[in-house]
Write a protein that binds this ligand. Structure first.
Ligand code: BGC
Length: 859
C-alpha cells in the first residue's frame, strides 16, 4: 500500500468471532489500523452507528475494547457500526466497512418457550437413544426475517424443513448448566417458506444426563429442548413458534449415544421426512412441557464447537491379529465420517485409539470410555454417508470392523471437532523437532478445547480441570483468540466457586459431583488448580487488554486469596490435600501426586503469587485499600516462604528443579545473592540430571524462564532440545503428534506407560510453547493487550533462526531473527498505535515505534 495511506479494518464486537445473537447491550468495539506511515499513532476516532449515532471526533488513542457510544440495544436489535481514525500526524482514514452486531434475547421475559421434554416412556438409560421432537407450523405470508433462539437440557441438533440448522457440533456446549446455559441465535430466514413448515430436533443426553467419570444424570434426569422461532413478516406482524406440549416425540435412528462410549445408529430406523411439513406424527407421543428458568439462559461470548478440518487416512494397516486399522497421521478430537454401501441391517463398527501397542489399538488409556461407533446400513442402492452427531473421540487410529466389501481410501475420513477459535499466533525455528513440538502443542489445544478447556479428549474424563488451563493459558492466548471462550469458562468458575465454597478441582462442577464428593480431601481448595481463579483472568488481561473482564472476575479472585489466607498457618499453606507437582517424572506411574517437591512449598509459593497479582489488579481497578492490603499479604507470604524454605545463601529446602523454578520466577528470593545462588543451583540440578526435565505440571511452564532469569541460557536450551526421556522432544522422537500427559506416556520400547494417567493428548506440559514465543523467538507483551511489545529474543541452542507472529488486538506483530556470516539480524514488525522495547543480548535496550525495523549485531 502507498506509504501515506491509513486504513481501518471492520470493527470487532467484544471478543465475538460472529456477533450474531450477542448478550451485550453495549458491546465494546475494537479496530485495527493498517498503514505504512512509520510511528503512526491514533490521535482521535469517530464512530457511527446505523441508528444515526455519531460520536464526532473523540480525542483518544484507544482502539481496543472502546466503550459503546450509543444507546444500549434492546433484545433482537441489529446495529451497524463503523469507525474512522485520525493520526497524530494529521493523517486520516476513510470509514471502515460496516460491521453488524445483533443482540439475542437479553431479558428472561423475552423467553416464552417452555422446555419440551420427551415423555418418560421414550427415555432410555443415560447415554441411551437420541430422541426426535417435531411440529408443523404455518408461515402466513412474506417474511422479512426469522430467528431461531435455541438451547437444550442435553445436546441438540435442529432441523427446519428437512435441513440442519447451522453447523454447531455438540450444541449447546458444556457450561455450568445450573448457573448458565448458553443459547444460540440462528438466522433461519432462508430456511422458511410461505405455507406449511416443520421444525424438528434430535436430542441426546450429552453432559446434562449422560456419563461423566462414573456418574450420570449430572444435571437432571429429563432432557428437553428450549426453542423459540420468531418470524417477522413483511407487513410488520410477527409469529412465535415455541417449544411446548404440542411438540411430538419419538425414537429415531440413534439407538444409543454417549460422549465417552460412542454412538450407535441404525439407519433403517430413520423416519423419512420427519422434519419436513406434513409428516404423519400421529403415533408420536406428546412432549411434556416443563418449566425452566429463563434467567439461566445466556448468549455465548465465543464461537461454538464446529467441524474445523477433515483428514484422510495416511495408511491402512493390518494388525497382527488381522484387524484393519486406519492411521490418520494425527491425534485429534473428533470422529469419523464414512461412505459405505452394503446390505440392509449390516453393521460396521469403528473403534478409536490414540496409539498402537504391539501393532493393535491401545485401548487401556481410554479407561472406561468405549469409544466405539456403530452404523447399521439401510441398504440403499447409493453409498450411505454417516458421521456420529453427539459424540467425539480422541484418536489417531481407527479399527474398522465389519466393512462390507473392500475398504477404499476416501471411504473413511476423520473430522476434527473443537471450539472454532480464530488462530492468531505462529512460531517457527531452524530445529524441525522444536517445530513439531510446537505443532503438537497446537494440536493439543485443538484436541482439548471442545467447548471448554479440558484435560484430555479420549478417556472417561474430559473435564475442565482448573490446573491444566491455569498453566496453559499463556500459550492458549497466543495460539488462538481464546478471550471469549475463556471469559465464559471464568464466569462458570466464579459461579461454581460461590456455590461450592471454593474453586472446585474442575469447572463446570456438576451438582451431582458437589453432592457426592463432599470429601474435602478431594473437593477442597488446592493450590495451582484453584489459583486459576486469579491467574487466568490476569493472563487474559495481559494478552487481550480486557480490563472489564478483570473487574468482573475481581470478586472471585479476591475470594480465592482470602480463603487461602484462612487456611495458612504463619502464612504457610501446609495443610490439606494438594495435587502438587503433578506427574513429576520421578513419581511412580500409579501415584502422580508423589512428586519430589514439597506440596507446601508449592502451595505457599502460589499463594504469594496470587496475592501479588491480586494486589496489582486491585491497584488497576482503583481499589487502593485492597492493593495495599494484598501487597502486604504477598510480602508476608514471601517472608514466610523464605523463613521456611530458603537458606540465607539461597538454597532451597527442596533441592528440586520445580522448587527453584518457582522461587526464581515468582520472585520469592531476597536480593541478588540469593537469586544468583538459586539460579546456579538450578542449573547444577538440571546438569546433574543430564539435562533431562525433572518437573511436573508446576515446574514445567516455569523452568526455562527460571534458567534464563539466572542467565543460564545454554542450560535452558539444552533442556529444551533434550531428546532423551524425560524431555519435551522425547515424545517427538517417538512420533508424537500431540503433547502427552506424562513425559513417558509411551515408554522407549514402544509400550504404553502402565499408569492410569496415560493420555497422549494433554496440553499442560506443552505450556513451554509460551517460552518459545517469548524468549526463543522474542515476542511478548510489555503492556496489556500488546500495546507495547517486549522483543527480547535470546538466540541459543545452535538455532540459526526463529520467528513468531501474532495478530495482536492492535494488528499483526512479528519478530524474526537469523544468524549467518557472523551476524545476528533481527526484524521486528510493530503494529500501528503501539511501540516496542527491543532488548538484544549485550546491547542497550531501545524503544521503537510502529513500523518494521531491522537490527543487526555481530554474533
Ligand atoms: C487430569 C489432570 C488433572 C488431574 C488433577 C487428572 O485426571 O487428567 O490433567 O489436572 O487429574 O490432578
Amino acid at each position: 500500500m502507498p506509504v501515506t495511506r491509513v486504513e481501518v479494518g471492520p470493527v470487532a464486537i467484544e471478543h465475538h468471532r460472529d456477533p450474531a445473537g450477542i448478550g451485550e447491550p453495549e458491546p465494546r468495539l475494537s479496530w485495527r489500523v493498517t498503514t505504512g506511515i512509520p510511528g503512526w499513532r491514533q490521535q482521535a476516532y469517530e464512530i457511527e452507528l446505523s441508528d444515526g449515532t455519531a460520536t464526532g471526533r473523540v480525542a483518544s488513542r484507544e482502539s481496543v475494547l472502546v466503550p459503546w457510544p450509543g444507546a444500549p440495544m434492546g433484545s433482537r436489535e441489529r446495529r451497524g457500526v463503523r469507525v474512522r481514525v485520525h493520526g497524530a500526524d494529521g493523517s486520516a482514514s476513510d470509514w471502515s466497512p460496516w460491521s453488524w452486531a445483533e443482540t439475542g434475547l437479553l431479558n428472561p421475559s423475552d423467553w416464552q418457550a417452555r422446555a419440551a421434554a420427551p415423555p418418560l416412556e421414550l427415555l432410555g438409560a443415560p447415554d441411551g437413544p437420541a430422541l426426535l421432537l417435531r411440529r408443523d407450523f404455518t408461515v402466513r405470508g412474506p417474511i422479512s426475517r426469522a430467528r431461531l433462539y435455541v438451547t437444550a437440557h442435553g445436546l441438540y441438533e435442529m432441523e427446519l424443513n428437512g435441513q440442519v440448522v447451522g453447523d454447531d457440533v455438540l450444541a449447546p456446549g458444556w457450561t455450568a448448566y445450573h448457573h448458565r446455559l448458553l443459547y444460540r441465535t440462528h438466522d433461519v430466514t432462508a430456511l422458511l417458506r410461505e405455507g406449511s413448515n416443520a421444525i424438528g430436533a434430535t436430542l441426546a443426553d450429552g453432559w446434562y444426563r449422560g456419563r461423566t467419570f462414573d456418574r450420570t444424570n449430572l444435571y437432571g434426569d429429563r432432557i428437553a429442548l428450549i426453542a423459540q422461532l420468531e418470524i417477522a413478516y413483511a407487513d410488520g406482524s410477527t409469529d412465535v413458534v415455541t417449544t411446548d406440549g404440542t411438540w411430538r416425540c419419538a425414537t429415531g435412528p440413534i439407538t444409543a449415544t454417549g460422549l465417552y462410549d460412542g454412538e450407535k445408529h441404525d439407519a433403517r430406523l430413520h423416519p423419512d421426512g420427519w422434519s419436513s411439513p406434513g409428516f404423519d406424527d400421529r403415533r408420536w407421543l406428546p412432549a411434556d412441557a416443563l418449566p425452566h428458568d429463563p434467567a439461566l439462559l445466556a448468549a455465548p461470548t465465543g464461537p461454538p464447537v464446529r467441524r474445523t478440518e477433515t483428514l484422510s487416512p495416511v495408511a491402512m494397516l493390518t494388525s497382527p491379529s488381522g484387524k484393519t486399522i486406519l492411521d490418520f497421521g494425527q491425534n485429534i478430537a473428533g470422529r469419523l465420517r464414512i461412505r459405505v454401501q452394503g446390505p440392509p441391517g449390516h453393521t460396521v463398527s469403528l473403534r478409536h485409539a490414540e496409539v498402537l501397542e504391539h501393532g493393535e489399538l491401545a485401548l487401556r488409556p481410554l479407561r472406561g470410555a468405549a469409544a466405539v461407533d456403530e452404523y447399521t446400513l439401510r441398504g440403499d442402492p447409493e453409498p450411505e454417508i454417516w458421521e456420529p452427531r453427539f459424540t467425539t473421540h480422541g484418536f489417531r487410529y481407527a479399527q474398522i470392523d465389519g466393512w462390507p466389501g473392500q475398504l477404499r481410501p476416501g471411504d473413511v475420513m476423520a473430522v476434527v471437532c473443537h471450539t472454532d477459535m480464530r488462530p492468531i499466533g505462529a512460531f517457527a525455528c531452524s530445529d524441525p523437532l522444536l517445530n513439531r513440538l510446537h505443532d503438537n502443542v497446537r494440536w493439543s489445544m485443538r484436541g482439548n478445547y471442545v467447548s471448554l478447556p479440558t484435560d484430555c479428549p479420549q478417556r472417561d474424563e474430559r473435564v475442565g480441570w482448573t490446573g491444566d488451563i491455569q498453566i496453559f493459558t499463556p500459550t492458549a492466548a497466543f495460539l488462538y483468540d481464546s478471550a471469549g471462550p475463556l471469559a465464559s469458562w471464568l464466569a462458570d468458575l466464579a459461579a461454581e466457586q460461590s456455590a461450592h465454597g471454593t474453586v472446585p478441582p474442575f469447572v463446570p462442577w456438576p451438582p451431582r459431583y458437589a453432592a457426592d464428593h463432599s470429601d474435602p480431601s478431594w473437593a477442597g481448595p488446592t493450590a495451582v488448580w484453584g489459583d486459576a481463579a486469579v491467574l487466568v483472568p490476569w493472563t487474559l488481561y495481559q494478552r487481550f487488554g480486557d480490563l472489564v473482564l478483570l473487574r468482573r472476575q475481581y470478586p472471585s479472585m479476591k475470594t480465592w486469596v482470602d480463603q487461602i489466607t484462612t487456611l495458612t498457618r504463619g502464612r504457610l499453606w501446609d495443610e490439606g490435600f494438594q495435587y502438587g507437582d503433578w506427574l513429576d517424572p520421578a513419581a511412580p506411574p500409579d501415584r502422580p501426586e508423589k512428586a519430589r517437591t514439597d506440596p507446601a512449598l508449592i502451595a505457599t509459593a502460589y499463594h504469594a503469587r496470587s496475592a501479588a497479582v491480586l494486589a496489582e489488579t486491585a491497584a488497576l481497578l482503583g481499589h487502593a485499600g485492597d492493593a495495599a492490603r494484598y501487597s502486604e499479604l504477598a510480602r508476608a507470604v514471601r517472608n514466610a516462604f523464605r523463613r521456611e524454605f530458603v537458606t540465607p545463601s539461597g538454597r532451597l529446602a527442596c533441592d528440586t528443579q520445580t522448587a527453584y523454578a518457582l522461587a526464581l520466577t515468582f520472585d520469592l528470593l531476597n536480593g541478588p545473592e540469593q537469586r544468583e545462588r538459586a539460579g546456579r543451583r538450578l542449573a547444577e540440578l538440571v546438569a546433574a540430571d543430564g539435562h533431562r526435565i525433572g518437573t511436573g505440571f508446576v515446574g514445567t511452564p516455569l523452568i526455562c524462564d527460571a534458567l534464563c532469569a539466572a542467565g543460564a541460557y545454554e542450560t535452558a536450551y539444552r533442556l529444551l532440545t533434550q531428546r532423551e526421556c524425560p524431555s519435551w522432544l522425547y515424545p517427538v522422537t517417538m512420533g508424537a503428534t500431540t503433547v502427552w500427559e506424562r513425559w513417558d506416556s509411551m515408554l522407549p520400547d514402544g509400550t504404553v506407560n502402565p499408569g492410569e494417567m496415560t493420555s497422549f493428548n494433554h496440553y499442560a506440559l506443552g505450556a513451554v510453547a509460551d517460552f518459545l514465543h517469548r524468549t526463543v523467538a522474542g515476542l511478548a507483551p510489555a503492556a496489556p493487550g500488546y500495546r507495547r511489545l517486549l522483543v527480547r529474543p535470546r538466540p541459543g541452542g545452535g538455532l540459526t533462526h526463529a520467528s513468531a507472529s501474532l495478530d495482536t488486538p492492535y494488528g499483526p506483530a512479528a519478530v524474526s531473527w537469523n544468524i549467518g556470516g557472523g551476524t545476528l539480524t533481527l526484524t521486528v514488525t510493530v503494529p500501528p498505535g503501539t511501540s516496542a522495547l527491543v532488548d538484544l543480548p549485550d546491547r542497550a535496550e531501545q524503544e521503537v515505534a510502529a513500523g518494521t525495523h531491522t537490527f543487526s549485531m555481530p554474533w
